[in-house]
Design a protein around this ligand. Structure first.
Ligand SMILES: Nc1nc2c(c(=O)[nH]1)N[C@@H](CN(C=O)c1ccc(C(=O)N[C@@H](CCC(=O)O)C(=O)O)cc1)CN2
Length: 288
């Protein structure tokens, strides 16, 4: 059987970060580094790890961090005031609210408060509207990471059948629009689509973005397909050992797919690379 090729998001993300570091070092005219504020609420261990990861990546490339970590008791209006202050702060080019938030907070309302030109996550309605219209704007990080990885491996998209399994505003919906923009024929399916396997079987490009481990099995994948796994779930086995798994049954699907992303080391690192890129884009645009 033909060997599948790994789409190595970790390696590409590292290279993109090195390139970004050089670009930032060359930008001496503005007189300050780009700045990113990551707002985190509560003590969800996975979120705390992702935020640390983002701040470490910022340090590595030369982006200043203005992040704030709030206790779970913080109110909606305290967070909104913080966002308003960061919108006015000239040192800050990107603002994001780490998700998920505790139940008592309205994440969408917070997102609406972020200046769209500082929306490093690309999730503000203005930026999503720009995506729908095919206009320039800050693009959502995970879908942008998927597109950049496919581009790196020169995966043809024009005229191809793409199936995105997952309809979240964070990944599924914006990714479907980006694939459409690249001239793919796009289907959005989800965990409640009847006979999901017959839909995914038609895919030249198949994306799993539901967050349900093992949802996509080998019999659901067309031979020679490109399989992108956006799901990242931590599972613990009977012996108490924990590991990260995706939506795709990697061991079986790698025998069918031509290309496949691993978890970890696939789309996760690309999300962070695109966040840094968005912050730098916003920095340059705000000084033009
Ligand atoms: N405001 C946002 N919140 C969340 C987003 C987002 O894009 N914006 N996405 C996810 C979490 N996330 C970024 O925030 C994220 C998840 C995973 C990774 C990553 O690099 N994963 C590694 C494994 C890391 C590990 O060992 O735990 C990998 O897949 O190789 C980066 C970012 C939800 N919230």
């Amino acid at each position: 059987m033909k060997q599948t090729q790994l789409l190595d998001g970790k390696a590409l993300a590292q290279r993109l970060q090195s390139e970004l570091k050089e670009q930032i070092q060359k930008q001496t005219l503005i007189g300050r580094p780009p700045g990113l504020a990551v707002l985190m609420v509560g003590d969800n261990p996975a979120s705390a790890a992702y935020v640390r990861n983002k701040e470490r990546a910022c340090t590595n490339v030369g982006i200043a961090s203005f992040g704030q970590h709030f206790g779970v008791e913080v109110t909606q209006s305290q967070l909104e005031e913080t966002i308003h202050r960061l919108n006015q702060d000239e040192r800050v080019d990107g603002i994001l609210v780490q998700l998920p938030l505790p139940e008592h907070l309205d994440g969408v309302a917070l997102l609406h408060q972020i200046d769209p030109d500082k929306d490093a996550d690309g999730l503000h309605p203005t930026n999503l509207g720009r995506l729908v219209r095919g206009e320039q704007g800050l693009r959502s990080c995970t879908p942008a990471g998927v597109m950049r990885l496919l581009q790196e491996y020169q995966i043809p998209l024009k005229g191809k059948q793409a199936v995105v399994v997952g309809r979240s505003i964070l990944v599924g919906k914006p990714l479907a629009l980006m694939l459409l923009e690249a001239d793919a024929t796009v289907t959005i399916a989800h965990s409640r689509s009847p006979d999901l396997g017959s839909i995914t079987q038609s895919a030249d490009i198949l994306v799993g973005a539901v967050g349900r481990p093992g949802l996509i099995t080998a019999d659901m994948v067309k031979s020679g397909a490109v399989v992108v796994d956006v799901g990242i779930t931590r599972v613990t086995d009977a012996s108490g050992t924990s590991r990260l798994v995706g939506d795709v049954d990697f061991d079986a699907v790698q025998n069918v797919a031509e290309y496949i992303t691993p978890v970890p080391g696939g789309i996760g690192p690309m999300t962070v690379a695109m966040l840094l890129q968005n912050t730098f884009t916003s920095y340059l645009q705000r000084h033009q």
